[in-house]
Design a binder for this molecule. Structure first.
Ligand code: PLP
Length: 401
């Protein structure tokens, strides 16, 4: 494990904790000129003094890099950090979360295959299911989210892949990952989980039975809303196939983005712990506010997935959603009044972001598709940053009042 590699000469007595992995994994040198930080290797290609050493690397007999669409040292460090955090055998990376999701689906599925998933996956993922996969003769059976009996029944009809997301975006529904992974494995299906919302700090789907975990590193992993990236973690043989699809189709992570994400991940544990606490405190306050019709947050005892979340998550995450009384007009009045929230499509950053699904998670969907996914127009998705919780609470109160 790379967290141990960072301390190579002094092996730790016990497996390192997640905060330690976030700092040390993937950082092992030696780096150029003994740099203490992973250098940004912006080089399209790697040059060799003779054919013998070039061939040795090209044929995998010696470590090294040939061309940055295939592998790159900065990108490899990022992959190693994410791999260690998910306690996976292997990891690979992509230019964005959507590239990672598309890469997994197009690597593992063939014409005639069936995918079972849920109504409210991330909007872009839903587009792959309803717009692109059918063109290749792949059927996506989308089940009402969190209806576990319906999901199990659909999985039992036979499928190649079970695609899950928990908590979901933006409704924060919770799926029982162990239960659904077991159902998928009984059918011999691949079980894939988008863990973007939870982060490996709060939830590790591989330990719950998933074959693959996907991240939009753009969100919590990077944490600073300054770089796009994606990652896929899981069994080595499976990840190798997905890496191969990526190296051929070319949706590779840029080394500068990899560097920004690497630096961001070092503080992942600190940020997520703070965001967990803040989101829970805000959810409790909002639930009691007369202008708020409903709060969706797995940390509230009233949430239908609360017991499952308590079993499979260490924290409930930094994102909450709430439905305002007064419909879309109320959302239009409320959002611009927030002082400490960027009205932006991003989430998981150090600064708070807020927005309705129409401009965030479901910007690619039509109003009818949003309605079909059960997403109310007056819903606000709020991603708590790392600001002082008291300031965020006061800000929400003044905007509501
Ligand atoms: C943002 C997001 C994605 C897509 O990631 P990009 O990096 O924007 O391509 C996928 N899944 C979830 C849950 C997301 O929030």
């Amino acid at each position: 494990m790379a967290a141990e590699e960072g301390l190579r000469d002094r092996p730790p007595a016990a497996p390192p904790g997640l905060a330690t992995r976030a700092v040390w994994a993937g950082e092992a040198g030696p780096h150029w000129q003994n740099a203490a930080q992973v250098p940004i290797v912006e080089s399209a290609t790697f040059a060799y003094p003779d054919l013998e050493s070039w061939l040795a690397v090209a044929q995998g007999r010696r470590p090294g890099h040939i061309y940055s669409r295939n592998t790159n040292p900065t990108v490899a460090a990022f992959e190693e950090k994410v791999r260690a955090l998910e306690a996976a055998a292997a990891a690979t990376s992509f230019a964005s979360g959507m590239a990672a999701i598309a890469g997994v689906l197009f690597t593992l599925l063939s014409p005639g295959d069936r995918v079972v998933s849920i109504h409210d996956t991330y909007g872009g993922t839903n587009k792959l299911f309803v717009e692109f996969l059918p063109r290749f003769g792949i059927e996506a059976a989308l089940v009402p989210t969190a209806d576990h009996a319906a999901l199990e029944a659909e999985i039992a009809r036979g499928c190649r892949l079970v695609y899950l997301e928990s908590p979901t975006n933006p409704a924060l529904a919770v799926l029982d990952l162990a239960r659904l992974a077991a159902a998928g494995r009984r059918q011999g299906a691949w079980v894939v989980v988008d863990n973007t919302f939870a982060t490996p700090i709060n939830q590790q789907p591989l330990a719950l039975g998933a074959h693959l975990v996907i991240h939009s590193a753009t969100k919590f992993l990077g944490g600073h809303a300054d770089a796009l990236g994606g990652a896929v973690c899981g069994e080595a043989e499976l990840v190798a196939r997905i890496f191969h699809w990526r190296e051929i189709t070319g949706a590779c992570l840029d080394p500068l983005a990899a560097f920004l994400l690497l630096r961001g991940i070092k503080t992942l544990a600190l940020r997520v712990e703070r965001q967990n606490q803040t989101a829970l405190a805000l959810a409790r306050e909002l639930a009691a506010h007369p202008r708020v019709a409903r709060v969706l947050y797995p940390g509230l005892a009233s949430h239908p997935g609360h017991e499952i979340a308590r079993r499979q998550m260490r924290g409930f995450g930094g994102v909450l959603s709430f439905v305002l009384r007064g419909g879309w007009a109320a959302v239009e009045r409320f959002l611009p009044r927030l002082r400490y929230a960027r009205l932006a499509a991003n989430l998981g950053a150090v600064e708070t972001t807020a927005g309705p699904p129409a401009t965030t998670s479901h910007v690619e969907s039509t109003p009818a598709e949003r309605a079909a996914s059960g997403i109310p127009e007056a819903l606000v998705r709020y991603s708590a940053g790392i600001e002082d919780p008291a300031d965020l609470l006061a800000d929400l109160r003044q905007a509501l009042d």
